[in-house]
Design a protein around this ligand. Structure first.
Ligand code: CMP
Length: 448
């Protein structure tokens, strides 16, 4: 069997199944022990299915590679070593079907005894925590969502287990006729009602709401309630803190953007900037957010990355531009990789001068989105309207001359700027680019 990549879709689906099976065990095992339900019928079928998955997992793990210091290890011997030194033993203990063997040998074993033998299944919880941690880093879903699901599942399972324990304690004490079950006249109620009441008590006590309609009756129940109340205070303080920060991070980018906009608005109000100008600033940021999700903010961290990764990210980010500009389409790979990290994004509002005729030029521009016009301010003649995929501002750089025309935005424009030093470097290294740009510049110069 071929080694499977730990980040492949198959592993993600398989691990989801493991999480589901473990969830089933966490719900079923405490419930069946506390409520002394039978372990036959549908329970037996579900037990066999879930155990089969867990046993299959033990074997499958010998064929799933792992990542060590960023490298994918697919060597069978190393995988065996790694698995045996880590999760193998715990997975084996958690999956041994002792209950099924006992069932076969002693045909009439009580249901709750069978369920007690299934307690080691809960050890798989550790593996699930590891799976959630991996999903946070690898799966293509917002990690905050994964963390949120993780938190909700853990809270539910704690509530469920406490409910089962509460019922178990009540049930033991019922024998001496002194328990919360007898006080609430629940000893003969249906299992569903009993479970609902126990869960209701568990949630109200853990959240420290405590309505007081179900109260402890004997010493054991009082002691248990005290522990749960103490646990509840610390647990919910932890949960509320976590949820608040998770929600704040759910769309961290949007949060940061809102904060930035609020600061800008406060500044403009303080300085009594005219309201029409304030509106223009707001419109500008709105456009930035809608079309580029404020690229200026997200590009900051890229500078810390190694050159090769940075280049690949820029190639992805600037893909739209690279596809639109004919000059780049059949250019060689090295040239594109060299150029792409030198391009700096810039967003401009409508009717904004980008270049003024006769001034000195220090940069050229590529249009990703929007429309600009090149015209003469002296004669009023419009030379050309330019749209996505075109470039301008190259003449002054090529000939170290003054700007031959003015260029103004017609709409909101997303541009990429190439500064003179970078431009010269690219020209030096890639003479074919130089020739093409020169050819276009000459045509433009002649049509003036
Ligand atoms: P530059 O002279 O550096 O600055 C103004 C820019 O306007 C110029 O480079 C060209 O990119 C552009 N431009 C000037 N004349 C024309 C034209 N006739 N057609 C298209 N673009 C032009």
């Amino acid at each position: 069997m071929q080694t499977i990549h730990p980040e492949s879709k198959f592993v993600i689906v398989w691990e989801s199944l493991i999480v589901l099976v473990t969830l089933y065990n966490y719900i079923a095992v405490p419930f069946r022990i506390a409520f002394k339900t039978s372990s036959d019928g549908i329970w037996l079928i579900l037990d066999i299915i879930s155990d089969s998955v867990l046993i299959a997992d033990i074997f499958l793990r010998f064929h799933i590679g792992y990542i060590d210091q960023g490298a994918f290890i697919d060597d069978k011997h190393k995988i065996h070593q790694n698995y045996c030194s880590k999760d193998f033993k715990i997975n084996l203990i958690a999956s041994l079907p002792i209950d099924i063997i006992i069932r076969i040998i002693f045909y009439t074993t009580p249901g709750y005894v069978i369920s007690i033998l299934r307690l080691p299944r809960l050890l798989r919880g550790f593996q699930c925590l590891g799976i959630f941690r991996r999903w946070e880093n690898n799966v293509n879903v917002n990690p905050v969502v994964i963390r949120m699901i993780n938190l909700v599942v853990i809270i539910f399972l704690i509530d469920h287990c406490v409910a089962c324990l509460w019922f178990f304690i009540g049930n033991v004490a019922t024998i001496s006729n002194q328990s919360w079950l007898t006080r609430a006249s629940l000893q003969d109620a249906s299992t569903t009602t009993q479970y609902m009441k126990a869960l209701y008590w568990s949630i109200t006590t853990l959240t420290t709401v405590g309505y007081g309609d179900i109260t402890p009756t004997n010493d054991l129940e009082i002691a248990f309630t005290l522990v749960i109340m103490f646990l509840g205070v610390s647990m919910y303080a932890f949960i509320i803190g976590n949820v608040a920060s998770l929600i704040a991070n759910l769309d961290a980018n949007q949060g940061r953007f809102r904060e930035k906009l609020d600061q800008i608005q406060a500044y403009m109000r303080e300085r009594r900037i005219p309201s029409y100008l304030q509106q223009q600033v707001r419109d500008y940021y709105q456009y930035m957010w809608e079309y580029s999700h404020d690229a200026s903010m997200e590009l900051d961290f890229l500078d810390e990355l190694p050159h090769s990764i940075k280049t690949r990210i820029y190639l992805h980010l600037h893909q739209e531009l690279l596809e639109k500009v004919p000059l780049f389409k059949d250019a060689d790979k090295g040239f594109i990789e060299d150029l792409v990290i030198k391009l700096k994004p810039r967003i401009l509002p409508p009717n904004d001068y980008i270049i003024r005729e006769e001034q000195l030029g220090h940069e050229m521009y590529f249009i990703k989105r929007g429309e600009v016009i090149a015209f003469s301010e002296k004669t009023g003649r419009i030379y050309r309207t330019m749209t996505a995929g075109m470039f301008f501002g190259e003449i002054a750089l090529l000939y170290s001359s003054r700007r031959t025309a003015s260029v103004k935005t017609q709409t909101y424009c997303e541009l990429f700027v190439l500064y003179k030093d970078d431009f010269d470097q690219v020209l030096e290294n890639y003479p074919r680019f130089w020739e093409k740009v020169k050819e276009i510049a000459e045509q433009r110069f002649q049509t003036k």
